[in-house]
Design a protein around this ligand. Structure first.
Ligand code: NAD
Length: 296
């Protein structure tokens, strides 16, 4: 069943996600503040919209993949109140990683309009977005998830229903805090080994299948040249930006404060990523934290 989809936010993640929806035969109207991002989608068969409002008016499904809470809040609930332009009965899939509070506010506004919504942040990085193997971590009503399933399966492989409105974001934030911690830990261990005479590839092979094994070692090695096709092996370009990780760690800290949770390693990770960003690495992939630890 082909859908008329409005896709807003065609960056590192949104671009390839939109490409997979087009490949699956859906009709797609695209909007991004960056014209080149829209042009790339048009080259694959999307229709360009001059603004977000035009994109959503006829759409059965609206998908947003924006940088952060403030962009999502401003778009749906700010001056233009995009949520009021979405057709009653349509479905909104908000896939950005944002605060659970903002997600719940958009859920509430959607409900008053008779619009179905899911918060559906993703995991799997740009490689997963391109391959159509993303994991969607979903908050909202189960019936809406069933409705969204064919579309989500065109972009991803694993769908998890985390709970009610906002729950997808809570799960995503907890996951990314853990990701930051094991990425820094991996970088630290590699640096220690290399500083003491080991080959980073040999050490990686050992740790990968030993008790230190983790996703950063298996899929995303931060040491340049250890794995092909990782950001580390292409100058830390592309991938998942340091400033996006810093944003997610900020969301984790807000959630920790709100719930009086103790997150000592999450707090330290946020500080290290803030320092790394302040040294000019905000636009690099988050595995570039290796460079902060490496002795030159
Ligand atoms: P990105 O910065 O590459 O893309 C965001 C896009 O949104 C940009 O093209 C920007 O121009 C556009 N945009 C911003 N405001 C807009 C507006 N008002 N209207 C239209 N377009 C607008 O970011 P990304 O890497 O694609 O990440 C998007 C989201 O996915 C973030 O919340 C991020 O935390 C999350 N995420 C990213 C990754 C990753 O590996 N990159 C992995 C999982 C989750």
């Amino acid at each position: 069943n082909a859908c008329h989809i409005a896709f807003i936010g065609l960056g590192h993640m949104g671009g390839p996600m939109a490409a997979n929806l087009l490949k699956a035969g859906h009709t797609l109207t695209a909007f991004d503040l960056v014209p080149a991002a829209v042009e790339a989608a048009v080259a694959l068969g999307a229709k360009a919209a001059p603004n977000a409002l035009h994109a959503v008016t006829e759409a059965d499904v609206v998908i947003t993949m924006l940088p952060a809470s403030q962009h999502v809040e401003a778009l749906y609930l700010g001056e233009g109140r995009l949520i009021h332009a979405v057709k009653p009965g349509a479905l909104v899939l908000e896939c950005s990683t944002i605060s659970p509070e903002v997600a719940r506010a958009v859920h509430a506004a959607a409900k008053t309009r008779g619009v179905a919504m899911l918060d559906a942040p993703v995991s799997g990085g740009t490689a997963g977005a391109t391959a159509g193997t993303l994991t969607f971590i979903i908050g909202g009503e189960a019936a809406n998830l069933e409705r969204a399933r064919p579309l989500l399966e065109a972009m991803g492989k694993n769908l998890f229903h985390a709970g009610s409105a906002g729950a997808g974001q809570v799960a995503k934030i907890a996951n990314n805090m853990l990701l930051a911690i094991h990425m820094i830990g991996t970088a630290e261990a590699l640096n220690l080994g290399v500083a003491n005479g080991l080959d980073p590839k040999v050490l990686s092979d050992i740790m990968r299948v030993s008790s230190g094994g983790n996703w950063s070692l298996e899929k995303y090695n931060p040491w340049p040249g250890v794995m092909e096709n990782t950001p580390a092996s292409r100058g830390y370009e592309g991938g998942f930006g340091v400033d996006l990780m810093l944003k997610d760690l900020g969301l984790a800290m807000e959630a920790a404060l709100a719930s009086k949770s103790s997150t000592p390693l999450g707090s330290l990770s946020r500080q290290l990523y803030a320092l790394h960003s302040s040294l000019g690495h905000g636009g690099q992939d988050f595995s570039s934290i290796q460079q902060l630890l490496k002795r030159s």
